[in-house]
Write a new protein. Structure first.
Length: 284
């Protein structure tokens, strides 16, 4: 179910993402149906108890207020029949420009973000560029391609679209071996692992595809999914690695995939160097 993080792969790294990013784009199939999940994520940001120890906060004042649509630190903007206007963005900024009384994080959600007109988008851009410490932005759209490139590049993109690419068995096997190699070799031969990976995937689009497959593999192991096609390929050695370790790897893969998605002219060699260094930090 979409409204429960535990049933969603996003649950596994949502909590840690907020350490790194203040602005998010959720790309979804259906915005209204996705709102429970988006609000759950807003709760993760605002409520200190939410999902601590992987349990939901069941009873706190903030979560109740959010459920009722009455929490002052959460503002939701949506278009009227013309679109989202600059005034709506400015009004939201004004309301959120003061720290909340209890010093909690504040969140604004822009539904149908692609419906912002040019001046609204520009006002928002300035706001995202100079984020306040305790302020988080969530844009929700059905197609990120309808958003300004300059906005996309300042957000982390989280795609919850259901349509899945079909991956080649050979590709799944390669990425299974890549993950296993990283684990077995520890930091000893990371340059070798890097060149092995680049040997298979040297173009930005191919690396994005490979990272998608890695996400899918780890997701399958963490959630004990019974995807027969995948289970046949994923090796036992990989399945036996600690889930915490795999979640840490997953976080890094998601962060780096986002760098690729938002930066068309990325230097692949440097990119892979940094990726491998960050991965080695996790392995230690
Ligand atoms: Zn709560």
């Amino acid at each position: 179910m979409l409204d429960d993080f535990k049933e969603n792969k996003f649950y596994n790294y949502a909590i840690n993402l907020k350490k790194y990013y203040h602005a998010y784009i959720f790309e979804v199939d259906n915005i209204e149906k996705s709102m429970p999940l988006i609000l759950a994520f807003a709760k993760v940001i605002v409520c200190k108890m939410h999902f601590t120890n992987r349990e939901k906060c069941l009873d706190c004042n903030i979560c109740h207020l959010i459920d009722q649509g009455n929490y002052s630190g959460l503002i939701i903007i949506e278009p009227d029949n013309i679109g989202i206007k600059k005034e709506q963005v400015l009004d939201m900024q004004k309301k959120l420009s003061y720290k909340s009384v209890d010093n909690n994080n504040q969140v604004y959600i822009i539904k149908y973000a692609e419906k912002m007109n040019q001046s609204a988008a520009n006002s928002l851009l300035k706001f995202i560029e100079e984020p306040l410490d305790n302020l988080y932005c969530i844009l929700v759209t059905t197609d990120k391609r309808d958003l300004l490139e300059t906005i996309i590049s300042r957000c982390i993109l989280i795609s919850l679209k259901q349509e899945k690419e079909i991956y080649d068995k050979e590709d799944i096997k390669k990425n299974n071996d890549f993950l296993l190699k990283i684990y077995q070799e520890k930091e000893n031969s990371l340059p070798y692992i890097k060149s092995m990976f680049l040997n298979y995937y040297s173009k930005r689009e191919d690396i994005i595809k490979a990272f998608n497959i890695i996400e899918m593999i780890i997701d399958n192991i963490i959630n004990n999914s019974k995807n027969k096609d995948l289970c046949d390929i994923i090796s036992n050695e990989l399945s036996n690695i600690s889930k915490l370790y795999l979640i840490n790897i997953l976080e890094i893969v998601v962060l780096y995939k986002n760098k690729l998605l938002t930066n068309p002219n990325i230097n692949i060699n440097l990119f892979m160097d940094r990726f491998i260094i960050d991965i080695s930090e996790v392995i230690k």
